[in-house]
Ligand binder design. Sequence first.
Ligand SMILES: O=C1C[C@@](O)(C(=O)O)C[C@@H](O)[C@@H]1O
Length: 219
Amino acid sequence: MAEATRLHQPLREHVLTKNHCRITVDSIFFLDKHTISQSLLELSLRTLLQSLPTSLSHQSTIVMGSILIINGPNLNLLGTREPAIYGSETLKDVENNAVALAESHGLTLQTFQSNHEGAIIDRIHAAAGFGPQGDGKKHIDWIIINPGALTHTSVGLRDALVGVSIPFVECHISNVHAREEFRHKSFLSDKAVAVIAGLGTFGYEAAVNFVAKKIKAGK
Ligand SMILES: O=C1C[C@@](O)(C(=O)O)C[C@@H](O)[C@@H]1O
C-alpha cells in the first residue's frame, strides 16, 4: 500500500536553472515502508529535480529573473575595513548569503565588485547587453548596487544606470546620513527605486527580498 510521507521542508521554489522553472514538492509516496533517512531522501529528490528534462518546464511555475549585486571601491575590504562601521562579515559572506537567498526565491543572482569606476560602468552596460562585454541581450532584471565612495562623486555611474534602464536599489551598509556631510549627497538616489542605508550587511538581504517581491509581482 502506498504511503505518503511529508518532507521536513517542502522543496519549494526549486529552480531548474536550465529551463527556469519551479517545482513544489511537499510529500512523496513510497511503495514499501522506507528505511532511507529524510535528509538523504530530500537530497536525492533535489538531485532528481535538477536532472529533469527541459520538456517538463511547462508543467511548472514559470519564473523568474536575475539580479546583479555590484559593490564599488573598497568593499572588497569588508570584514577588515573599519569593522565598527561596516561590521565583520566579508564580501564573500555577503555575496554567498545573497546568492542563497535569491535562489530560495527562485531567482539567479550574480555578483561583481570593482575598485574602478569604468569597470563598474562596463559591467552595468554588459548587464543590458551593451558595450565590449555585452552580447546585445539583456541579462539582468534588477541591480542592487553599493557604489561605495562613487555614490558621492560619480555622474558617470548615474548616467550608466539611467542609460541601461535597469531598475536598481542603492544599498549602503552604514547610515550615510549620520556620517560626514559629503556622504549625505548621492548622485544615484533620485533614480533608484529604493535606497537602503544603515541596516548593516543585512541591507543586502533586505534588498534581495524587496527585489524578489517586485519580480514576483511582475514589476
Ligand atoms: O565605501 C563606502 C561604503 C558605503 O557605501 C556604505 O556601504 O555604507 C558608504 C560610503 O560613503 C562609503 O564611501
